[in-house]
Write a protein that binds this ligand. Structure first.
Ligand SMILES: [Zn+2]
Length: 460
């Protein structure tokens, strides 16, 4: 079998060429939020795949196109679907960049450009990994499919539609992706899912209009007080949510996942000092990472009402608006949590207007699957250090399309340095991380082809 050393040497030998391949993608603008260069970038990504020996095409969606690539191996019994995105965040403010965002430059061992880490440098690693193995005469006996979308930085609006429409084309045994920064300790991160999200807008009224607070003050209800009383009824003093049914579907961590939580580096005092907070919110019986991954939140995004502008205004405000946000955990759904919130509110204020603004399902793959373990192993070997293994990230995203819509295990890792400054000026990926990412993907493809781990759902 191909050794990691052989892979490393081949990546090293091709390093200049691989870097130039990345530079070519980085020079092409692809700002989905501004519709700038996105289609051109899709064509360039497809061209790059083709040049590296992967059949590819640009496919339309209701928004920006998806680039789909495919490699078939005659002896393959399994298929890995690799996900990435070629669009980037707007680079503004331009004058904060040391070198222009679409003119990649190496300084101090880092490649600086918009998209260097997020996500061009990371999705390209998988493609170059395949090329590396072919050059070694060790093409993995694995079918590979590449789904590189162009709307991730704009909410992946049309990814769901694309996946539902092309279910057969993208059929696979598992999903792999690299995105995001490493842990601040310099160790890569492997994670197995994301929290979901539900945003709810609540409108509460006092009288039918704002009123003079002297002429009407006392007997007439105030919309803001009604809202404050309502919100107060939703939590106890220690941060437990009191909404009936809110925690009903919550599946806590398994014993294996609890072990992973306990192994995540955590310096409580450093976190408090960094944030200038005296205590952590939320139920005291749960630890920091347990709250971040396995406890749903009830966050207040904002409250609006009354008058706090210059001077003064003696008024009894009629209306108050609040935006509530819940990060959802396995096995909650936005629908059931919304119904619980709505019931809680209407029981107390029947005429409150309660609207679901958006909802995203949580997603989770078992970290105990042979495939999951293969990823942890490959990434650890390539980066020369054990990855930080997270059952979930606290954030939300379209990963549920893979885990729930397609029913596939989906495992994510991070190939970019912790200070990649994604979404910010001077985004970068270290040359070393870029090369190690290629090694990690090549290692994984080789291991998966040899072990048959992709179809193995284990005994979990
Ligand atoms: Zn991003």
């Amino acid at each position: 079998m191909t050794t990691s050393e052989q892979i490393r040497q081949t990546v090293e030998r091709n390093a200049d060429r691989y870097q130039e391949t990345l530079f070519r993608l980085l020079r092409q603008r692809s700002i989905s939020a501004q519709g700038d260069g996105v289609e051109e970038c899709a064509s360039l990504v497809a061209e790059t795949l083709t040049e590296l020996g992967i059949d590819s095409r640009v496919m339309a969606t209701a928004g920006f196109p998806v680039v789909f690539g495919e490699v078939r191996h005659p002896d393959a019994r399994e298929t890995l679907l690799i996900y990435g995105h070629y669009d980037v965040q707007p680079p503004e403010p331009y004058d904060a960049w040391v070198s222009p965002p679409f003119e990649p430059e190496v300084r101090n061992g880092r490649i600086y450009a918009r998209g260097a880490g997020d996500n061009k440098g990371q999705f390209l690693a998988h493609i170059l990994a395949y090329h590396t193995l072919v050059e070694l005469g060790a093409a993995p006996a694995l079918n590979m499919k590449f789904l590189i979308e162009g709307e991730e930085e704009s909410g992946s609006t049309n990814l769901g539609g694309f996946i539902r429409e092309h279910r057969n084309l993208i059929a696979a045994d598992a999903v792999y992706a690299a995105d995001g920064p490493m842990h601040p300790s310099g160790r890569p991160v492997v994670f197995f899912g994301l929290r979901g999200m539900l945003t709810v807008e609540v409108r509460v009224r006092g009288a039918n209009r704002d009123l003079h607070s002297g002429n009407f003050g006392g007997p007439v209800p105030n919309g803001i007080w009604r809202m404050v009383d309502l919100l107060q009824s939703m939590r106890d003093d220690e941060g437990r949510v009191l909404i009936d049914g809110f925690y009903d579907d919550v599946a806590g961590p398994t014993a294996f996942e609890q072990g992973l939580l306990d192994a995540i580096p955590f310096d409580e005092e450093a976190v408090k000092e960094n944030l200038a907070i005296a205590y952590f919110d939320g139920p005291p019986e749960a630890g920091y990472y347990e709250k971040l991954m396995f406890y749903p939140t009830l966050n207040l995004q904002g409250i609006g009402g009354g008058y706090v502008g210059p001077g003064k205004k003696s008024v009894i405000p009629s209306e108050c608006i609040a935006r509530l946000e819940c990060r959802l955990v396995p096995n909650q759904t936005p629908d059931s949590v919304f119904r619980a919130i709505e019931r809680h509110i209407h029981y107390r204020i029947p005429d409150a207007v309660v609207t679901a603004v958006e909802g995203t399902l949580p997603s989770k793959t078992s970290p105990e699957l042979p495939y999951s373990r293969a990823v942890v192993r490959s990434v650890g070997e390539a980066f020369g250090v054990d990855p930080v293994v997270m059952p979930l990230l606290g954030a939300s995203g379209p990963n549920f399309l893979f885990t729930d819509e397609l029913g596939l295990p989906a495992v994510w890792t991070t190939y970019a340095n912790a200070d990649e400054d994604n979404h910010a000026p001077n985004e970068n990926i270290s040359v070393d991380a870029f090369k190690r990412g290629i090694v990690a993907s090549a290692r994984l493809l080789t291991d998966l082809a040899a072990s048959g781990a992709l179809k193995d759902r284990g005994d979990t």
